[in-house]
Design a protein around this ligand. Structure first.
Ligand SMILES: [Fe+2]
Ligand SMILES: [Fe+2]
Length: 525
């Protein structure tokens, strides 16, 4: 078996971060719920197998919730605000549920005349049950499919299929009753509600509400046990949760991913991100195909091509923080919405920060995917020297692909028109002309001019050597790091010096710096 390159739990955390954004939960909500649920599991002395199921249910409960988001948005407007409101009520309580739905519809039609609002409320309430059962069933099935793709067990998948079921049979879509709802499901629902209620109402009121709902939403014995130990269970749970805590909580054996499994996990993330509305379906896969092919065409090292592809799969993960209803409104964004939208690369980098090893390079690319060479991009206004060849390729591939897809507020451009637009932006100094030509060639567009297909004709190995010596490593060290003979490293250095037209390490370092081959830590603002 190939060597492990990542803990599976790291991907679970990235998924958890993404679903927290999409569902309007607070920062680290799923992670905190995982800690709380595992503590409850300890107090209840649950066996190892059940603890494993609880761990995954807490982190992944909402991974299917992106399916059909456009339908939810069409019926109720800002679906993230709606989801936030729903977390705080007892969904089995019809008047409470009706109040939240009416509030959501009223918010959407805030500027309309009263008669129109009344009509919208009437229509929305009539549709509520009609749309909710298929939507919630879709969430369950999508969650199960994503879980399958990242190699989770049948039991974990079965639990994910019950995420909206309740003890009293008033859950959806199947209305399972009592013990027919699996124990990990019952436990995690209680833990997540407790956190959401505490955030909304404080610790004491949360306890009262949990006690009131015992026998309804929650199994009475489980609610009693929780209430008896509530202080101890919540200790230190009010701040962020770090990666090590979640890694340490994973029941043994710890699952690890080799490169193939990582590729599939990144792909699963891509599909999960893109399924929020029909307009973005397949977007990340298409960007990845273009970026990967263009990287190979430009002769980048294999690790750079892989990072570009994985970054392309996940580049818009931060867009989950923006309600789909905002995109679907088909008008211009308000200033506040624009600010929120421009922060999606930041959220993306944060979501992927947990991924150790190569995840860092992927996160660095995601952070930069809307940056432009002349500093006119967002959100950091990075410039050329901060944009590696892989970052330049990703930006060009993303822009080209987006232009040829339709959005609610504009039609799709033809491939030729999208290519012309990208070339014009490259002439304006925003995109790297070599990266643009490589992407367009890979998209089957006829070449417009002779372009250097490789960076000064450097081979992938020479780029790796250049990067190391520019970072201050000696030829000997570079040889050791790349596992090649010192003599071979020397040859590479002589060859690359002549290709880029320099004779000193300092000038080679400057060349590398100017082309984004050496980068500062992404955490440095
Ligand atoms: Fe995108
Ligand atoms: Fe984006």
């Amino acid at each position: 078996m190939a060597a492990p390159v990542a803990r599976r739990a790291d991907f679970l955390m990235a998924l958890a971060y993404a679903t927290d954004l999409a569902t309007g939960h607070s920062r680290d909500f799923a992670l905190r719920s995982c800690v709380l649920a595992m503590r409850i599991a300890d107090v209840a002395r649950l066996d190892e197998q059940t603890r494993r199921n609880v761990y995954h249910q807490a982190l992944l409960r909402y991974i299917g919730c992106n399916a059909d988001t456009h339908l939810l948005a069409a019926a109720f407007g800002d679906e993230i605000a709606l989801r936030r409101d729903l977390q705080r009520i007892d969904i089995g309580n019809k008047p409470e549920l009706a109040e939240v739905l009416v509030r959501a519809i009223t918010r959407t039609f805030a500027d309309a005349p009263p008669a129109e609002i009344a009509r919208a409320v009437e229509r929305g309430m009539a549709e509520a049950m009609q749309v909710s059962v298929p939507i919630l069933s879709g969430h369950c099935e999508v969650a199960q499919r994503i879980a399958e793709r990242i190699g989770l067990s049948d039991e974990i998948r079965e639990n994910l299929g019950q995420l909206y079921e309740r003890w009293d049979g008033k859950g959806l879509p199947r209305g399972l009753l009592g013990n027919a709802v699996k124990l990990p499901v019952r436990l995690v629902t209680l833990a997540q509600d407790a956190i959401a209620l505490m955030e909304a109402h404080g610790f004491e009121t949360m306890k009262e509400m949990i006690a009131r709902r015992a026998g309804g939403a929650y199994e009475p014995e489980l609610a009693d046990l929780f209430l008896k130990h509530a202080e101890q269970l919540f200790e230190g749970l009010d701040g962020p949760v770090d990666r090590e805590t979640i890694l340490a909580l994973e029941p043994i054996p710890h699952a690890e991913f080799d490169e193939t499994a990582c590729e599939e996990a990144y792909l699963a993330l891509a599909d999960m991100i893109d399924m929020r509305m029909p307009h973005t379906f397949g977007h990340s896969r298409a960007v990845a195909a273009l970026a990967g092919a263009a990287g190979a065409r430009m002769g980048l090292p294999v690790s750079d091509i892989r990072a570009a592809r994985w970054a392309a799969y996940t580049h818009d993960i931060g867009e989950l923080a923006i309600p789909v209803s905002t995109w679907m409104r088909a008008g211009t964004l308000t200033e506040r919405e624009t600010d929120a939208a421009r922060l999606h690369p930041y959220h993306g980098e944060r979501a992927l920060a947990a991924l150790g090893g190569e995840g860092k390079a992927v996160a660095a690319l995601v952070l930069r995917h809307h940056e432009r060479l002349d500093g006119s991009g967002y959100h950091r206004y990075a410039k050329a020297q901060d944009l590696s060849p892989a970052a330049r390729i990703l930006a060009a591939a993303e822009t080209f692909q987006t232009a040829r897809e339709a959005r609610p507020y504009r039609a799709a451009l033809s491939d030729a028109a999208a290519a012309a637009k990208l070339r014009s932006a490259a002439r304006d100094g925003k995109f790297c002309p070599d990266a643009v030509e490589a992407v367009l060639a890979c998209a089957g567009q006829p070449a417009r001019r002779e372009t250097a297909e490789r960076l000064a004709g450097l081979t992938p190995r020479e780029i790796e050597v250049l990067r190391l010596i520019a970072a201050g490593h000696t030829a000997k060290e570079a040889a050791r790091l790349l596992d090649i003979a010192p003599k071979t490293a020397d040859n590479h250095i002589q060859n690359l010096y002549s290709k880029i037209g320099v004779t000193t390490r300092a000038a080679a370092a400057l060349y590398a710096l100017e082309r984004g081959l050496v980068q500062q830590q992404i955490s440095a603002a």
